[in-house]
Design a binder for this molecule. Structure first.
Ligand code: SF4
Ligand code: FES
Length: 366
């Protein structure tokens, strides 16, 4: 007979939930969902050993358990603390937690540049979201920031160490998914940095997943860098028969052009199924894929702007109001911009797109 799982009761932000013994506070809060779930910058449920590095998931334990209801003296990392029967936890209902999280964000931003306007991760960056939700308007840091040169750490991945928050997720991916880990965190303390011992060494078959797990823009897809903003692209779920991985991906298109291929992510921003480098980097034609339909994007995400799934378009009343005439458009962007020319495939340009790439198209407009 299968052993019955022991269930225990925990209350988080005044909401009670029953979870299996051995569940972390963070995962119990995720079962409740919404804002009650603390943010996590280093914990990743699919990576063994992750968590405990960033402290964004701090919570207050107001009562340790029904057997010992004393509060815990300090805030605890919810990704690394397991629930006890009768535990009472405060996350968004605790002023101490909100204040501490603000401090953690300030700390994470000590070296991280505020280059969101030119960063490829903008729109899907967990630190950007955290900064908006908990960030302070200024910083008290007065010392020079750490700055690193960008480095191609393989044919497909660029490392921008200045943006790294040392969450260790990419090293766990390399350890647990790829054949041989060839990168890691070198040195200690303020000198710690992600690097490879042999330059340009990362080409393992599942190494592209490091890009997906990186919560910031420190690891970016070289085939997609500076090609487009994510909120201009249309994410669709697609699959192919792949001998190496599940072949289930999100394809990011603009028109018929496939700009990038990523793994599908769940509501916590975590990869659902790891994908291989062939699916991610080599299959950039729509015809390589069987399209399932638009990806469901949270309506709180900037990526959801313009991608409405399952809605009813309200009746257009302006022509009626104007006696059957359509409102006059003052300017049609397609007539005045060199970008969006059907003959220019931005995703196939070898590097970032420059005005030169559109010169011939711009001349056509003159
Ligand atoms: S490169 Fe990204 S995933 Fe790797 S440790 Fe830095 S922030 Fe984390
Ligand atoms: S998510 Fe818990 S310490 Fe980073």
């Amino acid at each position: 007979m299968a052993e019955e799982k022991k269930m225990i009761k925990v209350t988080i932000d005044n909401i009670s939930v029953e979870v299996e013994a051995g569940t972390s506070i963070l995962n119990a809060a995720r079962q409740i969902g919404g804002e009650v779930a603390p943010p996590a910058m280093c914990y990743y449920s699919k990576l063994k050993g992750s968590g405990g590095k960033c402290r964004t998931c701090l919570v207050e334990v107001a009562a340790g358990s029904s057997a010992d209801p004393r509060p815990m003296p300090k805030l605890v990392a919810s990704c690394r603390t397991n629930v006890m029967d009768g535990m009472i936890v405060k996350n968004i209902t605790s002023d101490k937690v909100i204040d501490a999280r603000k401090g953690v964000v300030e700390f994470l931003l000590i070296n991280h540049p505020l280059d969101c306007p030119i960063c490829d991760q903008a729109g899907e960056c967990h630190l950007q979201d955290l900064g908006y939700e908990h960030g302070a308007a200024g910083t008290r840091y007065e010392f020079p920031r750490r700055i690193f040169e960008k480095e191609d750490i393989g044919p497909y991945i660029q490392l921008h160490m200045t943006r790294c928050i040392l969450c260790y997720r990419c090293t766990y991916v390399a350890d647990q998914l790829t054949d041989h880990r060839v990168h890691g965190i070198l040195d200690r303390g303020d000198h710690s940095e992600i690097s490879t011992y042999i330059s340009k060494a990362i080409d393992n078959d599942f190494s592209g997943n490091m890009i997906d797990v990186c919560p910031v823009g420190a690891l970016t897809d070289r085939t997609f860098r500076f090609k487009n903003r994510v909120w201009f692209l249309k994410p669709v779920d697609a699959h192919r028969d792949c001998p190496k991985c599940s072949g289930k991906v999100t394809m990011w298109n603009r028109g018929d052009e496939v700009y990038r291929v990523t793994a599908r992510k769940d509501q916590w921003g975590e990869v659902k199924d790891w994908i291989c480098n062939t699916c991610r980097f080599d299959k950039k034609e729509t015809s390589d894929w069987i399209i399932e339909g638009p990806t469901k994007v949270s309506r709180h995400s900037v990526i959801s702007q313009g991608h409405y799934v399952g809605i009813t378009i309200p009746e257009e009343v302006m022509p009626k109001v104007m006696d059957g005439r359509n409102p006059k458009m003052l300017m049609d962007i397609h007539n005045v911009s060199g970008v969006n020319r059907p003959g220019i495939h931005l995703s196939t340009l070898p590097g970032p797109a420059h005005s030169d790439d559109f010169e011939s198209a711009t001349k056509l407009l003159d």
